[in-house]
Design a protein around this ligand. Sequence first.
Ligand SMILES: [Mn+2]
Length: 451
Amino acid sequence: MTHKKQHYLLNRAEEANVLLKEHLDQDHVVRVISHNDSDGISAAGVICNAISQEGGKFHVTLVPRLQDKVLDRLSQEKYKIFFFCDMGSGYVERIGRLNGQSIIADHHQTMDSTGDDEETVVHVNPHLFGLDGTQDVSASGVTYLTVKTFNKVELAGLALVGAFGDMQYANGFTGVNETILSEATEAGVVEEHEDLKISSKTEPLYKALAHTFQPAIPGISGNLEKSQAFLEKIGISYGIKFTDLANEEKDFLTEHLTRINPKIFDTVYSMPQENPALRNLEKYSEILDACGKNKKYSVGLSICLGERDSAIAEGVEYLSKYQESLIKGIRWISREGSQEMDYVQYLYTEDKGNKKIMGTLASLGIELEILNPQKPVITLSRMHQDVKVSGRTTLEMTQKGVNLGFALEQAAKSFNGAGGGHNIAAGAMVPYKELENFKNLVNDIVGSQVS
Ligand SMILES: [Mn+2]
């Protein structure tokens, strides 16, 4: 059944490939528009690598959202082929009115029509075929499907980097991601092994543990003092590097960490042919994410495109800065807590550093057991006249009916804002003056979803 659905998705992706090839054959520059997060950058990496390998040219722009002004600008452009990654499914009709033809490789759910009838658009989205785009495939995966016909299995690793970026890995990959993974492992592009998933094995242990956020270790992640205390308590010198531990000490540490979070010892996916800094798929996605959050999109893209040395060093630096900012943020939410309503809880900030990491802080707050997991966390960042909203919840809450994508989209629309996303993670932008009304409405909508 599911296989049949995947087959339909693949057929659509092949239609996109046929269109892409037609344009490449005529030497048309492909106008790529993608999202500036880890998945979006990976997706842009997949399509741009594929285009270059086919001898084609591209012009790529990474944007935070597909706003009207982006579409206005694109409608002035004379490209013959546009390729949208990680966005576009909500704008099929407008994209259909661009000067050229378009391919949309997206995985977001949308309330708008499927747009199948737009003649100039090939719309590739798992939701069109009854597949789950929240958990089972990311934009980099969908984009990978559109170039599969070019025999691009070496790009399958990057397709999964984006899936990590969108938090689609939970006790393994499922659906389309699983299919991509098995192709990648069969081809030797990706390898799996079991390992301790700490952030670094060559940094002092207390830092390496405090900087470990995927998975989060309650009581240790984000807290250098507690990390140090934990190591002292189990009798391991906190300043030592993991690689310098004796084997029995490694096992002992692993055992203690596993008791706190069993996911700390888990399958690790790597690309043996990659640069060591990028070999681990999850770490690769974290580096891209850090580039995105620092607004250094071109650095992220350079990494994906193989323009390496300085870009990788820069990316690694952004990641460590990012980890520092998370530590500060965790300290903040531990101190202040959230503002709880009946069905949701809010975190509000005007702090420049916190604004960049609010979505992640929401997730970490739940995982680290600092915030109540029974209520979705909605973060609110003041930006001039508007408030940027991020919502995060747990799989359990989505199983109880919570759909943050719809909740934020509906509530934002009611107050002249815009929003959307997935059931488990979503975002919105609303006018600051409507903030209190918006907060109440989101609470009501989530309340009606769970009852
Ligand atoms: Mn995505």
